[in-house]
Design a protein around this ligand. Structure first.
Ligand SMILES: Nc1ncnc2c1ncn2[C@@H]1O[C@H](COP(=O)(O)OP(=O)(O)OP(=O)(O)O)[C@@H](O)[C@H]1O
Length: 348
């Protein structure tokens, strides 16, 4: 094993998340490792495959590879991810003393939407978007953070626009966290791309007010009834642009709810983010590496082509692109290398 877990970052239902560093270059390179006992690792393995399929976006957490280790005598499956030094959007919203300004919220909203756009274009639905599943990387533009979508454990493939499961009362049961669930998923279990947009709208309300949506509900049943039958109040003390934008995200009719691309062109976003940049980001062809499998940690940390930066370089550089070992690389296709790490975001 050429890497070492340094400390526990958190726990999920599947297992643990740890901060890790390669043994050869202690404290110069970090990653977050999600680990599960091998016999309970199926959802983590699926998440790894989904992240592999979603590679190529700067707005979706990067997966560097997978590995199996023996820990306390038990076979353990490990998924190696980009380390988010800034924690989650939940922390960013609720641990700060003041409500985020509209321009700051719009900047994060823009990044989340570009991530959603990528996920949807790749044929997936996240199904469980919430502030705790959006990771924060300090060091973005204008002193703000960068944010990326994470936790694809409940994601679905959207073969058509809607995912139906004929075995369960003609429709798939609701997935994800109830608070951020769309009316159509609560009422009839529909999971289409529009559920991600509804959840995004709820997240934006939370960013703009520091209050969770439906905060007056006392229990799950009341919450379900409200989502199913009531209009979600748009906050009062925000600009008309923000109100209009939210009304497009929180349209109760999922057929007329705006999609991510439409929302990116709304003035709430374009007032703050350059239109040309948005167009380039959403039109950018997918960076599909030609690899058929995830890169193993052995290759990740032992390849001679992997570049370990010096601290001084870290402060100046925004990104370093590394190449894969010859045997795995498929550069003949002109594909983007799989390993891409934003070193500026690492805390040294
Ligand atoms: N790439 C990462 N970088 C830094 N911290 C992370 C990373 N991934 C997860 N974490 C942290 O680890 C903790 C657990 O994460 P995870 O999202 O896997 O579990 P969860 O959402 O709490 O549980 P579950 O997914 O089972 O509902 C969270 O506090 C999260 O902030």
């Amino acid at each position: 094993m050429s890497w070492k877990k340094l400390k526990l970052l958190g726990r999920g239902s599947y297992g643990t998340v740890s901060l890790a560093t390669p043994l050869t270059d202690y404290y110069t390179l970090f990653a977050a490792v999600k680990s599960a006992e091998d016999n309970r690792s199926s959802s983590l393995r699926v998440e790894g495959q989904i992240l592999h399929a979603l590679r190529g976006s700067d707005y979706v957490i990067k997966c560097f590879g997978e590995d199996v280790s023996i820990e306390n005598g038990k076979k353990t499956y490990n998924l190696l991810l980009e380390y988010a030094a800034g924690g989650t959007l939940h922390d960013l919203i609720h641990k700060s003393k003041t409500v985020l300004g509209e321009s700051e919220a719009a900047y994060y909203a823009f990044q989340i939407l570009v991530g959603i756009c990528h996920v949807h274009r790749k044929g997936f639905i996240h199904c469980d978007l919430k502030p705790a599943y959006i990771l924060v990387f300090p060091g973005g533009q204008h002193g703000l953070a960068n944010v990326k979508l994470a936790d694809f454990g409940l994601s679905l493939r959207s073969e058509t626009n809607t995912c139906w499961d004929t075995s369960v009362k003609k429709c798939r049961r609701r997935r994800g966290t109830l608070l951020y669930a769309a009316p159509e998923s609560v009422v009839c279990g529909i999971q289409d791309k529009a559920v991600d947009i509804w959840a995004f709208g709820c997240i934006l309300v939370e960013m703009l007010t520091r209050k969770r949506v439906w905060s007056e509900c006392k229990n799950k049943n009341e919450l379900k009834l409200k989502i199913a039958h009531e209009k979600l109040e748009i906050p009062d003390k925000i600009s008309n642009d923000a109100k209009d934008f939210l009304s497009k995200c929180l349209d109760r009719d999922h057929n007329s709810r705006w999609n991510a691309e439409m929302l990116l062109n709304h003035s709430f976003i374009t007032n703050y983010v350059n239109k040309k940049m948005i167009h380039e980001l959403i039109q950018r062809p997918f960076g599909d590496a030609g690899l058929k499998t995830l890169v193993s940690l052995e290759h990740l940390f032992t390849t001679t082509s992997f570049y370990y930066p010096h601290n001084s370089y870290l402060r100046e550089s925004s990104s370093i692109i590394t190449s894969l070992p010859e045997t795995n690389n498929n550069n003949a296709t002109g594909d983007e290398p799989l390993l891409w790490m934003n070193f500026r975001n690492l805390h040294i």
